[in-house]
Design a binder for this molecule. Structure first.
Ligand SMILES: Cc1cc2nc3c(=O)[nH]c(=O)nc-3n(C[C@H](O)[C@H](O)[C@H](O)COP(=O)(O)O)c2cc1C
Length: 278
């Protein structure tokens, strides 16, 4: 077991808070504190029994009012897997993953249940959409946590939203159902680096929101990340437009990524898919 101070330093590049205030036994939380996304997998398959158990864990996630407004697509058929991989060429590495899933927000089921029982679904609005998206995300994270605790590695895939119509055709998504993310999972081949997170002082607010120290904290965070692992030119965003950054730091990459719209057609697609965003 690694001690908390070491785990904390790996996660934040900072000294842990007062040792008297931190847990002495971190065995239960060590897998979370040391987690990382995995994008390379061994050829060993994941058995159906383990998959069923992980899906049961996903369905154990908290869910808004127990409405359970999500679904999970498991891609097993080789042809569909191949078509799925064609839709996400940016994630060619996912071809090595024995498990490919797509987590879906699902407003359709509630609509059907209301209609079946003779009610009008008048609670169908952007809050419902948000609840469905949150439900699906929490289910995905419960799957990830359970998978990692079982020795598997995972990586979510937002690139599944790059070609929405193709994904809709592939999964035969009916109105009211939309993808939040894919997930690749399997037995890790190698141990990727732990990615350093923002300091808690700017993410965790005491009693009231206060980001007065943001610039200085980001500068210091950039410095810590850069000292350990500068972002190399090939992983810098939009080099074709902005050139190679003199200093490959996190905030430069974030600002570059946010400078151009991604998936600008998503809202219109959701509306065509009969999601109510009003
Ligand atoms: C909703 C969501 C979508 C993501 N989509 C992708 C993706 O399409 N491709 C990818 O390589 N990683 C994807 N990731 C993984 C993130 O890049 C990764 O979590 C982040 O860089 C932090 O690294 P870590 O998970 O190793 O700590 C996604 C993560 C989330 C939560």
């Amino acid at each position: 077991m690694t001690d908390f101070a070491t785990l904390y330093r790996m996660r934040f590049g900072l000294d842990a808070p007062d040792p008297d205030e931190t847990p002495a036994d971190v065995s239960a939380i060590e897998p979370i504190l040391s987690r990382r996304s995995v994008r390379r997998f061994r050829s060993r398959p994941v058995g159906d029994g383990l998959l069923a158990a992980l899906l049961a864990c996903a369905q154990s996630a908290p869910t808004k009012s127990n409405l359970q407004q999500y679904s999970i697509a498991v891609l097993k058929d080789p042809d569909r897997r191949a078509r799925f991989l064609e839709i996400i060429p940016q994630a060619a590495w996912a071809a090595t993953a024995p498990l490919l899933l797509v987590f879906l927000g699902d407003v359709r089921r509630g609509r059907r249940i209301a209609a079946q029982r003779g009610y009008e679904h008048r609670n169908d609005n952007v809050d419902t959409f948000m609840n469905a998206a949150v439900d699906a995300a929490l289910a995905m994270q419960c799957f990830i946590g359970a998978a990692e605790a079982s020795g598997l590695g995972c990586c979510p895939l937002s690139v599944v939203r790059n070609r929405l119509d193709d994904l809709k055709d592939l999964l035969e998504l009916p109105p009211g159902v939309f993808p939040i993310a894919g997930l690749a999972a399997g037995w890790p081949d190698g141990e990727p680096d732990i990615s350093m997170r923002l300091p808690p002082e700017i993410v965790v607010h005491q009693d009231r929101y206060d980001d007065a120290g943001l610039e200085a904290a980001i500068d210091a965070y950039d410095g810590r990340v850069f000292a350990g692992k500068p972002i190399p030119p090939e992983r810098q965003r939009h080099v074709d437009r902005y050139g190679v950054a003199a200093r490959g730091v996190w905030s430069e990459n974030v600002a570059r990524q946010l400078s151009l719209p991604e998936r600008a057609e998503f809202r219109d697609w959701l509306r065509r898919q009969d999601l109510n965003l009003d």
